[in-house]
Design a protein around this ligand. Structure first.
Ligand SMILES: [Zn+2]
Ligand SMILES: [Zn+2]
Ligand SMILES: [Zn+2]
Length: 254
């Protein structure tokens, strides 16, 4: 199974509009972060996790022309606003796009993209064809088994996903009690770590390190970072086996 990080930044992206800080002006390509998303591939099956506003650029950069399904973690703008670009996958795949998420997320998508689900909207090539499918138990997409994992993003329940020995837990500051048993025996964990200072809906770096230590994956990569966390300097202070992810990072997992 191959994981590619399409974006590892917080909702603003890094660099952030109108900011002159050292991270935003950095020439290290690992400090340039698009909005958060990954692609999971195995034996010809391709799953996209979230479809943020940078989806078009991410798909072009990584040559993604085939997506079998999209898994949504939640309905915030930085995770769904690329849905219009699914029109291209509808064309290359000649079919509707299966979109999985919890009931709240699918409702957020229906409301945000009202024109897509309004039968009065003229079809043409103008709207993405989306098949919204609620998920609350393990599913299979082609060759890939998917285990939804309940997380808390402040007061909002959202989903992380486990694929075999890999788990992707973005946008959270608490792991639900029901989820801990589902996170044992991981080779690779990806976990939200927004910044150093505490935040009401995201793990700080210290909180993320503590949660990652408790989960005990072989390797942990952090994502959804803002400009407060420069790549090189932050990595230097992390425990062994933990590092910041970066856009374009590829992981092969047995
Ligand atoms: Zn900045
Ligand atoms: Zn969010
Ligand atoms: Zn987010």
């Amino acid at each position: 199974m191959r994981i590619t990080f399409l974006g590892t930044g917080t909702s603003h992206g890094v660099p952030m509009i109108g900011c002159d800080c050292a991270t935003c002006r950095s020439t290290d390509p690992r400090d340039a972060r698009l909005r958060p998303s990954i692609v999971v591939e195995s034996h010809g099956t391709t799953i996209l996790v979230d479809a943020g506003p940078d989806l078009r650029m991410q798909a072009l950069r990584h040559g993604i022309r085939h997506v079998d399904a999209i898994l949504f973690t939640h309905g915030h703008a930085d995770h769904i606003l690329g849905l219009d670009d699914v029109r291209r996958f509808n064309a290359t795949m000649k079919g509707d796009m299966p979109c999985y998420g919890d009931a709240v997320t699918l409702e957020d998508i229906r409301r945000t993209f009202h024109y897509v689900f309004n039968p009065a909207t003229p079809k043409g090539g103008g709207i993405p064809a989306l098949d919204l499918i609620p998920i609350d138990a393990p599913i299979r997409v082609g060759h890939i088994g998917v285990q939804p994992v309940r997380l808390w993003h402040g007061q909002r329940p959202i989903l992380g996903y486990r694929f075999g020995a890999f788990a992707y837990l973005t946008d959270c500051n608490r792991i639900d009690e029901s989820a801990w048993p589902l996170l044992s025996g991981l080779d690779v964990l990806v976990l939200d770590a927004l910044r150093m200072r505490p935040h009401p809906t995201h793990f700080s770096l210290d909180e993320a390190v503590a949660a990652a230590a408790r989960i005990g994956a072989g390797r942990t990569f952090f994502t959804h970072m803002c400009h407060d966390l420069p790549h090189e300097a932050t990595n230097a202070r992390l425990p062994p086996g933990m590092a910041l992810a970066y856009d374009g990072l590829v992981l092969d997992i047995a």
